[in-house]
Design a protein around this ligand. Structure first.
Ligand SMILES: [Zn+2]
Length: 184
């Protein structure tokens, strides 16, 4: 059964959120990776503004005002837009509606646990992925997984949307979004 769609953006905005030149960036003193994955650097600069959603090299999703207005118009709750300090009209996307990963059904590969910041250096799910306690299609809206994936500073949740949300997004013709079916 189709329950929703994972959304992805290409890493094509030629920008990096975590900059070693940023003295305020909170990093783990042991592994060196970020301690705050939601940190927005005051030095951040969006170098390429091609799409309504794009990803930085360290995998942070950046969206346009058009994308934000689509969410506001649809009254989606739990979607946070942090305006970029040097790029007005562009926002870092965060989603606070957390759904749990079924770690028994989904095979996870992880390595190098840091006992200081309690993060793995790398964690990757094997597809297909399974969500816990979800046995019907997700309601119209945005969701994020509890487990953060990828390596180092690139780790972040998987963003998932409802089927209706997918249909609305298609109609809206937002640029730069890739969809992947989530079936349970
Ligand atoms: Zn660490």
């Amino acid at each position: 059964m189709l329950i929703g769609y994972a959304i992805f953006a290409q890493k094509d905005n030629d920008s990096c959120m975590f900059l070693s030149s940023d003295p305020n960036w909170p990093r783990c003193s042991k592994c060196g990776y970020t301690r705050d994955f939601d940190y927005v650097s005051p030095l951040f600069k969006l170098n390429k503004k091609l799409h309504d959603i794009s990803s930085t090299y360290d995998d942070k999703e950046i969206v346009t005002l058009r994308f934000k207005e689509f969410c506001v118009r649809n009254k989606y709750k739990g979607v946070v837009f942090k305006e970029l300090p040097n790029d007005p009209g562009f926002f870092k996307l965060e989603v606070k509606n957390i759904i749990k990963f079924d770690t028994e059904k989904t095979k996870l590969e992880h390595y190098k646990y840091c006992d200081k910041c309690h993060n793995y250096a790398s964690i990757t799910p094997a597809f297909p992925v399974f969500l816990k306690g979800i046995n019907k299609p997700l309601d119209d809206g945005f969701y994020a997984t509890d487990i953060h994936f990828a390596s180092g500073n690139e780790k972040g949740p998987l963003f998932i949307i409802g089927i209706k949300t997918y249909e609305k997004m298609k109609k809206e013709k937002l640029k730069g979004i890739f969809f992947d079916k989530i079936e349970q």
